[in-house]
Design a protein around this ligand. Structure first.
Ligand code: C2E
Ligand code: MG
Ligand code: MG
Ligand code: MG
Length: 284
């Protein structure tokens, strides 16, 4: 309903704005309660080494088990969590949980944790990471931190210093969703990445679109040439697997191998030895 603002004009969008703001406020309150209420959960997706056909590790991916709305995917709450700063305590919980879980796995498996740009810039990130490693007993060499290109846009010197500090601890750094942001090739030269994850939008079109194939090939070659490994994200079909297989990617991840699964299911399917894929995590 349009409403007069008292000066002879009308504001037509107010009720809709109110509703949007109210929804947001409720979501914000729910988010803050979710941590103490234990509503967050981590799922883990296998990362497969192409040459050995074995699992090299797992990426931790957060899920929110909302009391009335059910399972909510991170795309639906991470932007708000970043906006209100909640990403910092949430991200600390993720680090602690992922390290504690991975410490129970055989030593040859790493765990990859996504760190948002806001969390990356928060003071004390190093202490949080060191704390999560110490509390879990996980070796730093088994932790991989995934950051996106947006991290690099802000305060280049401080970011570079932090990345070097992390690497000095033995932690590996992966550039996530490569090709979707704004970074230039010079970033790859100046930042110490161990791994480049090629965004799944390129993998998605690889069998229909020769430019996507060329991009995957070029990024993998670039990564390898700079001593980094390349991971293809979002591999869903055998055709995509076969297209990528000869393009220089070291690792792959995608629904073809496994969806992200709860820790107990990962243990049962891939790590138990009595599981369907064997103790070494052979998968393809
Ligand atoms: P991401 O880090 O690039 O993670 C990969 C996303 O692709 C995951 O979505 C995963 O489920 C999905 N995926 C994997 N294989 C396939 C496939 O073959 N096909 C398709 N269509 N999708 C595939 P998810 O779990 O919904 O996470 C979305 C994004 O949310 C993540 O993208 C990451 O940016 C963010 N995120 C997830 N967990 C966390 C977290 O703990 N902390 C932070 N800061 N961000 C997180
Ligand atoms: Mg990731
Ligand atoms: Mg990604
Ligand atoms: Mg992504």
């Amino acid at each position: 309903r349009a409403k007069s603002d008292g000066r002879g004009t009308f504001r037509f969008f107010e009720p809709a704005m109110d509703l949007q703001m109210q929804t947001r406020r409720i979501m914000e309150q729910d988010l803050r309660k979710a941590l103490p209420a234990g509503e967050f959960e981590l799922h883990y997706q296998p990362v497969v080494n192409l040459a050995s056909k074995e699992i090299s590790g797992f990426e931790a991916l957060i899920r929110w088990n909302h009391p009335t709305k059910g399972m909510i995917s991170p795309a639906a709450f991470i932007p708000l969590a970043e906006e209100i700063g909640f990403i910092v305590p949430m991200g600390e919980w993720v680090l602690r949980k992922a390290c504690a879980t991975a410490a129970q796995w055989p030593d040859n498996f790493h765990v990859a944790v996504n760190i948002s740009a806001i969390q990356f810039r928060s003071p004390g990130l190093i202490q949080v990471i060191v704390g999560a490693l110490a509390a879990s007993g996980l070796a730093p060499t088994r932790l991989e931190i995934e950051i996106t290109e947006s991290v690099l846009l802000h305060n280049k010197e401080a970011t570079l210093a932090l990345l070097h500090q992390l690497r000095a601890l033995g932690i590996r750094i992966a550039m996530d969703d490569f090709g979707t942001g704004y970074s230039s090739l010079t970033y790859l030269q100046s930042f110490p990445f161990d791994k480049i994850k090629i965004d799944r939008s390129f993998v998605k079109n690889i069998t229909e679109n020769s430019s996507s194939l060329n991009i995957v090939r070029a990024v993998a070659a670039l990564a390898n040439g700079m001593g980094m490994t390349a991971t293809a994200e979002g591999v869903e079909t055998a055709e995509q697997l076969h297209s990528i297989a000869s393009e220089g990617c070291t690792e792959m991840q995608g629904f073809l191998f496994s969806r992200p699964l709860p820790a107990a299911e990962i243990e049962r399917q891939f790590l138990s030895g009595r599981g369907t894929r064997g103790a070494q995590g052979r998968i393809i």
